[in-house]
Design a protein around this ligand. Structure first.
Ligand code: DMJ
Length: 676
């Protein structure tokens, strides 16, 4: 063993190696003390000064380091799960075989009773209205001080750079100053717009300004101002996308870069029709130029059939309809034809993934199953593509899927399992039924295809009506104590009282059906579910819904809604504002606009990144640290802001729901003229 010859270092004797008798460290202390006494006075002072300095530094840095570590570990623990959840990859327990009474369809006002005999009446009555619909529930948001200040204090506010002529901060005496926001250790400058967003919590039709509101009278927010606030939000999101992610799939607004999924400019394409509808001409022109000069589908890349159909094909088709610009139709034809290899399977139930450059398709690596919602929510787009191109291949392919699923065994009162095998064409893993991830838009597209085709395709209507009865019979429950109605999940015969935020499309769909002559109790259910979806936002401290809510069936904690730690994220999803839009259009009840306005304010308070863009967050229960996840999903621009704009717009004939049907990514497609 190496033994140093020169002792040019300070040695500390830790005990006598040969004499191992216990001395309680006496030798060591004596040796240290001797060394210390041998040092000069200057050396001793220097050492003491250094030790004191290190001690102070340690204390000062402890709090910020621990905060960062907390954030980092949050992220690393949840990131994979959340990413899987986002893409709908949840494990499903094996199953049971549901029973489908053939030809039995619940009541339809415009279908003869002899055709639809038994189900003219709902199988169970719609649940009584929750008290929450009559009285305002207690606010469970943060303390009043936070509310008044628009939760600006949720973020560490220091100085302010930009002078704000109209509103002065309460706590800086109205002086000009500089604001720096600390989010997980990343210092980001606040923009004026971020903090001056008004809040409407608890005040119908009025807002108090988010900051310095104490001395200001509440201001009535006119619809036109709300519309303008959505435009402003879009511009802000676009600013981030343009600066840091132009031409890429998704913006990562905090790290000021982009994420790639398909490498096809997903956000840009998803947002095209939103820009058109919002009247953002310059932004639209610039994006159009990119589509014309940069967008190429001739790429060796795997894309998900469903996601690229609803976002890209749907986005291009609707932009073509709105603008009349054939560039978008040409691009739609290009991507549509490149997706067709997905249907070359033994069963004609399409694979989940297609390589649009090579013309090959395949299922996910771990299974030959496809997701039921994915194979049954591409029909609106491909049918429209056939109508526009006069080429029936697209319509034939997707309608074959509809026909097969219509006939399939394994449903439970019209509810479908979540997986279907591309070889056998049969449902697999049949025990679980949900209106959430992996099944949601199956139900939505039954109704919407029926509307798109001019209410002629009776089988679609039958399946839709039967499914609504299946929901009522198997999945509907009410919470305790407030009797909120929710749609739970069935797993091997047991009800799990949880509901994905994704299910919040349902109030809107039910209302759309009722508007088109389906049973009036569909509207009753829509009203109740809309209230629940609203409460999923209103009862959270950030005013934003979690990805999944758990509901109390027995009186336990006194709260109706619980959120599990793994479900606390919010991805800027659209379903609730989507339903608010439908509900407002059909009822004219301004309450729905106010709820939408609250949601927009909460997005602005907790998800807006000052340098541009909005971010999904990891914790809707913590306004002090919402744990930003650094991702702006394309549907925030494609759907969420579009529905908010349409909700607030005074022009209720804009994209009339009697003329257009919105695909599941909020891209409006025309209802076919009766001759088609
Ligand atoms: C969107 O891509 C679509 O609305 C889809 O139907 C469900 N998921 C997202 C939005 O949450």
């Amino acid at each position: 063993m190496y033994s140093p010859q020169r002792k040019d270092f300070v040695s500390l004797t830790l005990g006598d190696q040969h004499n191992r008798s216990y001395t309680n460290g006496k030798h060591r202390r004596q040796s240290c003390w001797r060394k210390w006494k041998q040092l000069s006075r200057l050396q001793r002072s220097l050492i003491l000064f250094l030790l004191a300095f290190l001690f102070i530094c340690g204390i000062l840095s402890y709090s910020s380091l621990s905060e960062q570590w907390r954030g980092l570990s949050d992220r690393s623990l949840k990131e994979d799960w959340v990413e899987m959840e986002n893409r709908g990859l949840r494990p499903i327990p094996p199953g049971l075989v549901p029973k489908l009474p053939p030809g039995v369809v619940p009541g339809v006002q415009d279908v003869p009773p002899e055709v639809l005999p038994e189900l003219q009446r709902p199988s169970i009555p719609i649940l009584p209205k929750p008290p929450a619909m009559q009285r305002k529930p207690p606010s469970k948001r943060g303390p009043p001080a936070l509310q008044k200040r628009g939760n600006v204090s949720d973020w560490q506010v220091k100085d302010r750079e930009e002078p704000e002529p109209e509103l002065k901060r309460e706590d800086d005496g109205g002086k000009e100053a500089r604001t720096v926001i600390s989010w997980r250790g990343a210092m980001i400058e606040a923009e004026q717009g971020t903090e001056l967003q008004p809040t409407a919590h608890g005040k119908e039709g009025t807002v108090a300004d988010a900051e310095g509101a104490t001395n200001l009278e509440p201001v009535t927010v006119k619809p036109v101002d709300r519309v303008e606030a959505v435009r402003e939000a879009f511009r802000h999101a676009w600013k981030g996308y343009k600066a840091f992610a132009w031409g890429h799939d998704e913006l990562k607004p905090l790290s000021k870069t982009h994420a790639e999924w398909f490498g096809l400019g997903l956000t840009l394409i998803d947002a095209l029709d939103t820009m058109w509808i919002l009247g953002l001409k310059d932004e639209f022109a610039e994006a159009r130029k990119w589509v014309e000069t940069e967008l190429s589908f001739s790429k060796n890349v795997d894309v998900n059939l469903f996601e690229s159909t609803i976002r890209i094909l749907g986005g291009l088709l609707s932009t073509y309809h709105l603008s009349g610009d054939t560039l978008f139709l040409e691009k739609a034809k290009d991507i549509g034809s490149r997706l067709m290899p997905a249907f070359k399977t033994p069963s004609k139930i399409p694979y989940s993934d297609v390589n649009i450059g090579k013309g090959t398709a395949h299922p996910p690596r771990w299974t030959t199953d496809s997701t039921v919602a994915e194979v049954t929510s591409i029909q609106l787009e491909f049918r429209e593509l056939s109508r526009l191109t006069q080429d029936p291949q697209y319509q034939n392919a997707v309608e074959e899927v509809t026909r097969q699923v219509h006939r399939l065994e394994g449903k439970r009162d019209g509810l479908v399992p979540m997986f279907i095998n591309t070889n056998s064409g049969k449902f697999t893993r049949r025990g679980a039924f949900t209106l959430g991830a992996r099944a949601d838009s199956y139900y939505e597209y039954l109704l919407k295809q029926w509307l798109q085709g001019g209410k002629k395709e009776t089988e679609l209507l039958e399946d839709y009506l039967q499914a609504v009865e299946g929901v009522k019979k198997n999945l509907l429950r009410q919470t305790s104590p407030s009797k909120l109605t929710f749609v739970g999940e069935l797993s091997n015969g047991r009800l799990n009282p949880k509901m994905d935020h994704l299910v919040c499309f349902l109030p809107g769909a039910l209302a759309l059906g009722a508007h088109n002559g389906l049973p009036a109790d569909h509207m009753d259910l829509a009203l109740q579910l809309m209230e629940t979806c609203h409460q999923m936002y209103a009862q959270m401290e950030t005013g934003l819904s979690p990805e999944i809510a758990h509901f109390n069936l027995q009186y336990q904690s006194g709260r109706d809604i619980d959120v599990k730690p793994a479900d606390r994220h919010n991805l800027l999803r659209p379903e609730t504002v989507e339903s608010l839009f439908y509900m407002y259009r059909f009822t004219n009840d301004s309450r729905y606009r106010d709820w939408g306005w609250d949601i927009l304010q909460s997005f602005n308070k907790h998800t807006r990144v000052p340098s541009g863009g909005y971010t999904s967050i990891g914790n809707v229960r913590d306004p002090l640290n919402p744990a930003p996840r650094d991702k702006m999903e394309s549907f925030f621009l494609g759907e969420t802001l579009k529905y908010l704009f349409l909700l607030f717009s005074e022009d209720t004939e804009l994209l009339s729901l009697d003329k257009y049907v919105f695909n599941t990514e909020a891209h409006p497609l025309p209802i076919w003229p009766s001759a088609s």
